[in-house]
Write a protein that binds this ligand. Structure first.
Ligand code: NAD
Length: 456
């Protein structure tokens, strides 16, 4: 492993990866290999998570192709030195910010969107001119194997390398001196990564999860709200970092909303959900057991059926009241198809509940009321906010994606990815034609007076 990184450092030092055309060629190669292997990727995603072809394309393959195209289109302008103003005491100087690659990047990715979450940061790391090591999840075993296969058939290991393995392998990797670590996964492992990175003073991005609340105000469009919540919660069987974790619903519309969510579940996945081609499965038995435990002593108002052999858990709605507000399901990230529902009568109580928990990755708000919208935006903190929809905030490449507080730090996607994997080198170039008077010793009262005037 050590030799492998040394080879990458050597390759980085050849300066090849910094060239604009080199970067474009590598992005084009990545695009082509993804297109060529679309079937294999789709089949691996089906084996790991029973993802439908449509979801595999929209949330994993297509989104990566779109990201690559965006980088190809904008890379030239992103790479340009960014001129900035000069101080008046150095009137003929030049100042600019140069984006230079950080060097050797380590990407550690999770199992829930196993292709997208390994490839999307890779795109940014390529476009900013780095060498890369990817450590995909050992849990989504089929997709991880395909990632290794297609990367190895497309690039030299000195440039991009894929290492398969679990926590032990990752620990060994973390002993190496990478220039940057990009980690997506759970909060607990995030802490381990950060601790190890600190030993080498390696800067790190942590893309974590948490409990993303979904507020439903009585002013919302109820039909669209129910449909969009059902989509965002049960996509990938609820195993989405930005899935609405729990609902906070205005008491006045709670019964109507629940009725409509139930109708949408049936519309989306039929009455025989277990056999629906559009409904995924839980990744493995450990996660299945973890999720089933959440159902203990809860008031299930819809769903709850499960089948361990098929790793199937029905979309499930749970009523939360004062008695179970502090149960495990309300303190841990659910990461599965179970949706707790809490009613409220006052938006201030909603804000209190959200602010009593760690800062989430996303807050969802369904409302057509400017006052409520403004209040939620200004009185809560989260990685992002999506109003009147779920998940689709990720479709806008102009919006950087990432968390805040316990949901992580560092933002990526499109330009934000290019910036994340670049060192923004500040360059100041003074003129030799002219000398700023009074700047050198011996100092006197007059020069101090002038300097004070300028500074003020
Ligand atoms: P995880 O933390 O268990 O695993 C992620 C990666 O870390 C894997 O590659 C794994 O091999 C490695 N790893 C696991 N244990 C390790 C250890 N002890 N030492 C070193 N490396 C270790 O996460 P997961 O279960 O794969 O993913 C689910 C979590 O990821 C959820 O909390 C979810 O919210 C979060 N997530 C966040 C985002 C985001 O973009 N913010 C996206 C997807 C998932």
């Amino acid at each position: 492993m050590k030799n492998q990184l040394l080879n990458q450092i050597k390759f980085f030092n050849t300066q090849k990866t910094k060239d604009y055309q080199f970067r474009i060629n590598q992005l084009q190669k990545l695009k082509q290999t993804i297109i060529d292997n679309e079937e294999k990727i789709t089949s691996a995603l089906y084996k790991d998570l029973k993802k439908s072809e449509f979801e595999s394309y929209t949330t994993e393959i297509g989104i990566c192709l779109e990201e690559i195209s965006y980088h190809i289109k904008h890379l030239k302008s992103w790479m340009k030195n960014q001129k900035v103003k000069n101080p008046i005491i150095f009137p003929l100087s030049e100042s600019f910010i140069q984006s230079e690659p950080l060097g050797n990047i380590l990407i550690i990715s999770p199992w829930n969107y196993p292709f997208n979450l390994a490839i999307s940061p890779l795109i940014g790391a390529i476009s900013s001119g780095n060498c890369i090591t990817i450590k995909p999840s050992e849990i989504s075993i089929h997709t991880s194997k395909i990632i290794k296969e297609i990367i190895e058939s497309t690039y030299n290991k000195e440039y991009i390398n894929v290492i398969l393995g679990g926590p032990q392998k990752t620990s060994k990797l973390l002993e190496q001196n990478f220039d940057y670590i990009f980690y997506t996964g759970s909060e607990n492992v995030g802490k381990i990564i950060l601790e190890k990175a600190a030993k080498n003073l390696t800067p790190t991005t942590l893309e974590l999860g948490g409990k993303s609340p979904c507020i439903v105000d009585s002013s919302c469009d109820l039909d669209k709200t129910a449909r969009r919540i059902t989509f965002g919660k049960f996509l990938n069987c609820g195993q989405t970092c930005v899935a609405p974790d729990y609902l906070l619903v205005d008491k006045k519309i709670k019964i109507k909303l629940i009725k409509k969510i139930k109708e949408n579940i049936t519309k989306f996945y039929s009455t025989n959900i277990e056999n629906s081609n559009d409904y995924g499965k839980i990744i493995n038995v450990n996660h299945f057991n973890r999720l089933i435990n959440y159902l203990d002593n809860q008031k299930i108002i819809f769903g709850g059926l499960h089948n361990k052999n098929k790793l199937f858990i029905e979309p499930t709605l749970i009523n939360i009241n004062k008695k179970n507000i502090n149960s495990k399901i309300m303190t841990e990230e659910i990461f599965g198809p179970i949706l707790p529902i809490i009613e409220y009568t006052n938006i201030d109580d909603v804000i209190k509940i959200i602010n009593s928990k760690p800062k989430p990755l996303a807050i969802y708000l369904f409302c057509n009321n400017k006052y409520i919208e403004k209040k939620v935006l200004s009185e809560t903190s989260s990685g992002g906010v999506c109003i009147n929809d779920t998940i689709v905030q990720l479709s806008n490449q102009e919006l950087p994606f990432g968390g805040v507080g316990n949901s992580g730090f560092g933002k990526y996607h499109a330009k934000a990815s290019f910036d994340l994997f670049s060192n923004k080198k500040s360059v100041f170039k003074n003129t030799t034609i002219f000398e700023t008077p009074k700047r050198f010793p011996p100092y006197n009262k007059f020069s101090l007076k002038i300097i004070k005037k300028i500074f003020n």
